[in-house]
Design a protein around this ligand. Structure first.
Ligand SMILES: [Zn+2]
Ligand SMILES: [Zn+2]
Length: 347
């Protein structure tokens, strides 16, 4: 496809404007994709509302959106294995492929990665078309929708957390935070056969979703104390704790929830850089801490898990906005966190 396309560009904090840009043409090794669904992520909201995320500060206009599903519309030179019309999920980070981190297999840590919607790396996909490396594009089976394709990105985060901590059949787990990342972690744990999963949050709508998705019990932390509850479990805690809220209070709770030799996995991204952990309790339990940065090598497994019905991925979507309403949608998301669990933009 050639011509121009509509792009929603963030031009400053709480500012998004429409632009008409040329439709990008695929270079060697790339595909051109017409986007069908793009998820709205917490990191998009941080950039939009606070003008930064962790150490990333946009120094000019930035297109948000890094959770894309779409259809191949053109194929660059040297690409094999794709046809125009293929429905695909795009893994948003394209690593360099030849640095030490890439060669060791943890390409998510590549310093030369070009990740969508990250300043100085790559624009995001709140646009009608994009081009993307074929090596980071994954075909969807017939009965997996491009909406689900868009949601593979957050799912991969939850799956990566469960891989690192090696959550196993029959284990027990606590998930702190039942937003999108908490829920995909819950679904990944269920799919791995973790038998008892307890979920805490302060928003009832998210907790009922967690219950619907198979949480053994949910706790509203405003009125219920999950720390007291886990002390009544065998071993006085759980095997696995996942911090998915990126929050000072829940981060401090993590080490107090594991049983002996338990594992704490920090999944949530906090806007505050320095948070406390209860190290005395961690030591007494000989606990292990894992940190999670995005994901690696998981799109094929995520697509297969959704395709085979192991993970009911689209159940997390609470709001869908048309692309023409993207600015309104992002604003609503920002101001109604109690109502929005996961929003997607229909392109
Ligand atoms: Zn995301
Ligand atoms: Zn690299």
């Amino acid at each position: 496809m050639e011509g121009t396309m509509k792009v929603a560009v963030m031009t400053g904090p709480l500012q998004m404007e429409w632009e008409e840009r040329p439709i990008p043409q695929p270079k060697r090794g790339e595909l051109q994709i017409k986007l069908e669904y793009v998820g709205v992520c917490g990191s998009d909201l941080h950039f939009y509302s606070e003008g930064r995320l962790a150490n990333w500060v946009p120094d000019g206009p930035l297109v948000l959106g890094h959770e894309p599903g779409g259809v191949v519309t053109a194929i660059g030179e040297g690409v094999t294995g794709f046809m125009v019309g293929d429905r695909v999920a795009l893994e948003p980070g394209v690593p360099c492929g030849h640095c030490e981190d890439c060669l060791k297999g943890h390409y998510n840590l590549c310093k030369e990665v070009k990740f969508m919607a990250i300043p100085k790396e790559k624009d995001g996909v709140f646009s009608e078309y994009c081009t993307h490396s074929a090596s980071m594009t994954f075909k969807l089976p017939d009965h997996v929708s491009t909406l689900e394709g868009a949601l593979m990105e957050p799912l991969a985060v939850g799956m990566h957390a469960c891989e690192l901590s090696n959550a196993k059949l029959g284990e027990t787990a606590v998930v702190l935070g039942a937003g999108c990342i908490g829920l995909v972690t819950l679904m990944s744990l269920k799919a791995r056969g973790v038998s008892e999963i307890y979920v805490a949050d302060i928003l009832d709508k998210r907790l009922s979703k967690a219950k619907e998705l198979g949480a053994s019990r949910v706790f509203n932390s405003k009125t219920e104390n999950i720390e007291e509850f886990v002390k009544t479990l065998p071993g006085g805690g759980v095997d696995q704790v996942y911090e998915c809220a990126g929050n000072r209070i829940t981060t401090l709770q993590t080490c107090r929830l594991i049983k002996r030799a338990g594992k704490v996995t920090l999944v949530g991204v906090s806007p505050e850089p320095v948070l406390e952990l209860d190290i005395a309790t961690l030591n007494a339990m000989e606990g292990t801490i894992y940190s999670v940065y995005r994901y690696r090598n998981l799109y094929p497994a995520a697509i297969s898990a959704v395709s085979n019905g192991l993970i009911p991925l689209k159940a997390i979507v609470s709001h869908t906005y048309d692309f023409k309403d993207v600015i309104k949608g992002v604003d609503y998301n920002l101001n109604h966190k109690d109502d929005v669990i996961k929003a997607v933009i229909k392109m």
